[in-house]
Design a protein around this ligand. Structure first.
Ligand code: MN
Length: 506
């Protein structure tokens, strides 16, 4: 069996679409999780576009040692030089050069001739090759390029030293059979194609990114690019978890394999969704909340009798935590610690103590504490580690006759406890205004979302808030059984991130 190389671009194509909402420690955290997931290549960023991206790539290259760390760059010599500076600390560095090949891009966007593009491609590949062995070249908008010109470019860049050639469906325009034929024809018409790995990078504008990627694999492509949860420009990229599980579940059909540890899929999906603030649709294949939930009585009956009657994958094989009772009021520190390590968490003593206290508090309020609740507790505790302001106390009155009023007590960075109160149009508005009086940092709230983590009226509510300050968006999250408290935590979390950023800049 041949292996399919999994190239993850969550931190580049995905993060680009999430509006740059990830800070550097969050990017490193995602890269570490991608390493655990077993991806072969992490495209860590586009360093020439911003100093923040440069620094994130540099840190990931230094700290994440198993996978290839790849950087994307424009096809000009200075950009290649700068990109190398960001990635040179990696154990296995790779430079990925992208340049448009379609006439529509050449004519309207780049205003260059085909000959000029060919020359730029070869020169930049040759420059990258001086720095490292692994060089990937992408012919942007390949699916709308004259095939004869693609063959010509690919042959030339392979001669110049490219070790991987990528054929992207940049605008999500191709149909599976058509895209498959393009891959076939690349193998037939590029004489030196055996000296490079053929890669594909598909977008989902017509909902075909995964189908096109799988078709390409069937026709001989051996690397596939995509993102966790399919996030990315516009309708997104191909979902890596879907491609990986299709190859695994239908090994009888593809006769291929990947090196992905599929039991890490669910955790990776949750982390990416949380940190980018991009929710996963409930009916999303593999990682959606309903992906393994049976509603029809007939199906439920079948699954109880024999799982495989209506289930083609075991939820445990993708690491979905059970939503049945796992711990309760009487569970002690030892059981909690054991359970955390089963879920793959290793917390410092201080964080463990806080998480345990939060767990006990939750177990008092809520009868069944499940894995999903525990994940939420751990995420909440991790958020409080680098706080500037900390929520000490909150009280709200509201109702259809009263004036929504909130009083809050915050612990300030100097350790001083400060309190204030405000009225608002509703309880959340009142809470935010009271917090504003204490923190006093100018910003606008642009997004507010509440969702429940588990089933039932006593479930933990998770709030996501985005605030904007001087054109930069900061995401805050908070979780609690009381959604007003969760909102306050999320708002403070967003302000804390804004303040940390300002402090760093100062
Ligand atoms: Mn893309």
């Amino acid at each position: 069996m041949e292996k399919i190389i999994i190239f993850d671009t969550t931190l580049r194509d995905g993060e680009q679409a999430a509006g740059g909402s990830l800070n550097i420690p969050e990017k490193v955290e995602i890269a570490r999780q991608l390493e655990k997931l077993g991806v072969d290549i992490i495209e860590a960023g586009f360093p020439v576009t911003s100093p923040g991206d440069f620094e994130a790539v540099r840190l990931i290259a230094e700290e994440v040692r198993t996978p290839v760390i790849c950087v994307l760059t424009h096809a000009n010599l200075e950009a290649v030089d700068q990109s190398w500076e960001a990635v040179k600390g990696a154990t296995h560095p790779c430079i990925h050069i992208v340049l448009s090949s379609s006439d529509i891009h050449l004519f309207y966007q780049l205003r260059k001739s085909r000959e000029e593009i060919l020359e730029m491609s070869c020169n930049t590949v040759a420059r990258a090759k001086k720095y490292c062995e692994n060089v990937e070249f992408s012919a942007m908008d390949a699916s709308r390029t004259d095939p004869a010109y693609i063959y010509q470019i690919l042959e030339a860049v392979i001669d110049a030293g490219a070790t991987t050639v990528n054929i992207p469906d940049t605008v999500g325009y191709a149909m599976p059979d058509e895209f498959g034929n393009l891959i076939d024809n690349v193998f037939k018409n590029v004489p030196n194609i055996d000296k490079a790995i053929v890669s594909v990078h598909c977008h989902n504008d017509l909902g075909l990114a995964v189908a096109n990627s799988l078709e390409a694999i069937k026709r001989g492509a051996r690397q596939v690019e995509g993102t966790i949860n399919g996030i990315g420009e516009r309708a997104g990229n191909a979902s890596l978890e879907e491609i990986v599980m299709a190859i695994k579940t239908r090994q009888d059909f593809y006769d291929l394999y990947t090196d992905i540890d599929t039991t890490q899929i669910y955790k990776t999906s949750r982390l990416v969704s949380e940190l980018t603030g991009t929710p996963v649709q409930p009916n999303k294949a593999i990682v959606g909340a309903n992906a393994f939930r049976h509603s029809s009585g007939l199906h439920v009956d079948g699954v109880i009798k024999m799982r495989t009657t209506f289930e083609i994958m075991d939820p445990q094989s993708v690491g979905v935590p059970s939503s049945s009772l796992v711990l309760g009021k009487t569970s002690g520190r030892h059981a909690f610690r054991e359970h955390l390590s089963e879920l793959g968490y290793s917390l410092s003593e201080e964080n463990f103590n806080r998480a345990f206290a939060a767990f006990k508090e939750l177990a008092d309020k809520k009868r069944n504490v499940t894995d999903k609740d525990i994940e939420s507790i751990v995420a909440e505790e991790q958020r409080t580690v680098s706080e500037v302001y900390h929520l000490d106390r909150l009280q709200v009155t509201c109702g259809d006759r009263g004036i929504p009023t909130a009083s809050v007590k915050l612990v300030a960075p100097d350790g001083e406890v400060r309190s204030d109160a405000a009225i608002g149009t509703g309880p959340v508005d009142a809470v935010c205004k009271a917090i504003d009086k204490i923190v006093a940092v100018p910003c606008t709230l642009t997004e507010f979302t509440v969702k429940s983590i588990t089933e039932g009226i006593d479930a933990i509510g998770e709030v996501l808030i985005r605030v904007e300050s001087e054109g930069i968006t900061y995401t805050g999250r908070g979780a609690d059984t009381d959604i007003i408290v969760a909102s306050a935590k999320a708002y403070i979390n967003a302000l804390n991130r804004l303040l940390s950023d300002t402090n760093a800049a100062a």
